[in-house]
Design a protein around this ligand. Structure first.
Ligand code: NI
Length: 152
């Protein structure tokens, strides 16, 4: 039974291609030290992640690239009209907002995580508009993505 299950997983996975890479011994040594310090146990996984990271960055650099991101922010919920403004922005860009999580940190401050998807420009614009509101004490847009186009 275990064997059948393994075959099914293999059938649906993408075809792997092996290729050779040439680089100087010194560069490879430095790469190995770097990836070992990051917890990688093999070069292939580290190289795949580097390639995906470059593809994600390129999607963010092109305004039309499809991206996924999360706004993580801390704000003062007693700031007049702030919660209404943040909610209004999300309603007006509902096609970009996937979900949100709200945490009451203490009697005044809230942490909110809002996940977004769309073109890089749409996601960046909405994130900037939320983060620049008065009363938002700290926040960041975490930029990520699939890094590759899923198979049709
Ligand atoms: Ni709260």
């Amino acid at each position: 039974m275990e064997h059948e299950k393994d075959d099914r997983v293999r059938d649906t996975s993408e075809k792997l291609v092996r290729f050779g890479v040439s680089m100087s011994e010194r560069l490879l040594e430095q790469f190995d030290v770097l990836i070992a310090s990051q917890g990688y146990t093999n070069r292939s996984e580290a190289i795949r992640d580097l390639v995906r990271d470059r593809l994600v960055q390129t999607a963010w650099d092109s305004d039309h690239g499809h991206v996924v991101g999360a706004v993580v922010m801390v704000y003062d919920h007693e700031m007049r009209l702030l919660e209404e403004k943040l909610t209004d922005l999300q309603h007006h860009h509902a096609h970009v907002v996937i979900s949100s999580m709200h945490v009451h940190l203490n009697s005044r401050d809230c942490l909110e995580v809002i996940t977004l998807t769309g073109t890089a420009q749409e996601v960046r614009d909405l994130a900037n508009r939320m983060l620049s509101q008065r009363g938002v004490k700290h926040g960041k847009l975490v930029m990520t993505g699939l890094g590759e186009t899923p198979e049709p």
